[in-house]
Design a protein around this ligand. Structure first.
Ligand SMILES: [Mg+2]
Length: 230
């Protein structure tokens, strides 16, 4: 793409497979804590996901903090399932440790970073906890590609807030029209990036048809993105 000089990438479910890691860590929690014995795995996962996403929404509005979110996504799940699991802090820590063991690259993402870093400056923008996301960046050597890793907890705003995109543009040293944002979330990445005046490439296996034209480019495999940018 002619005007692109800098590429920012989302991390979770764009470069690294967060959903698969979350799912696997919930399987480990389910197997490791006897209080969940009588609860079906699928039910546990679906209740947790619903409660976790509601808490993330409240966190994004500034209504609750990180500690509250980390504790209550389990506590509220257990309450909804009418079971008692204790001590809660052991489960919270077990989950975070196990989650980390399941991080993997999304197919083709690492190769895309290697190839595109020859031609573009790049960086990363992620909604998440500073400690966790920095650990991901270290484990997967993202610092080799850039030291510009913008984490919502550090900035104080989550995508799709324009503030985090403006902060990222300033950090990159480019105006939005020179930046391409690559991400998987329609609301956080496509809408967030476009409303900040950036170019957006939407990584999605199943685009929302009526909204396809909002992104400048839609792809489901990283080799398509490389082809588009060459
Ligand atoms: Mg994502």
């Amino acid at each position: 793409m002619g005007s692109t000089e800098f590429i920012y990438f989302d991390i979770d479910d764009t470069l690294l497979d967060h959903m698969q890691a979350q799912k696997a860590a919930l399987v480990s929690v389910h197997q490791s804590f006897p209080c969940l014995r009588d609860i079906e795995l699928a039910q546990f996962q679906s209740v947790y996901k619903k409660i976790n996403s509601g808490l993330w929404h409240r966190y994004s509005l500034g209504e609750i903090d990180r500690m509250y979110l980390e504790k209550h996504r389990f506590e509220d799940t257990f309450t909804a399932l009418r079971i008692e699991c204790a001590p809660l802090k052991d489960i919270v820590r077990f989950y975070m440790d196990d989650y980390r063991n399941h991080w993997r690259w999304i197919d083709g993402a690492h190769e895309a970073l290697q190839e595109l870093s020859k031609h573009y400056e790049m960086g990363f923008i992620t909604n998440g906890f500073s400690e966790t996301q920095k650990r991901k960046a270290a484990d997967f050597d993202l610092y080799r590609f850039s030291d510009k890793i913008i984490i919502s907890e550090d900035v104080g705003y989550l995508k799709p807030s324009p503030e985090i995109f403006h902060h990222a543009a300033e950090t990159a040293g480019f105006t939005g029209d020179r930046i391409l944002y690559v991400g998987d979330s329609y609301t956080s990445d496509v809408q967030g990036g476009k409303s900040a005046g950036w170019n957006v490439a939407w990584f999605t296996p199943a685009p929302i048809q009526e909204n396809m034209n909002e992104a400048d480019f839609v792809f489901k495999e990283f080799k398509e993105l490389i082809g588009y940018l060459k």
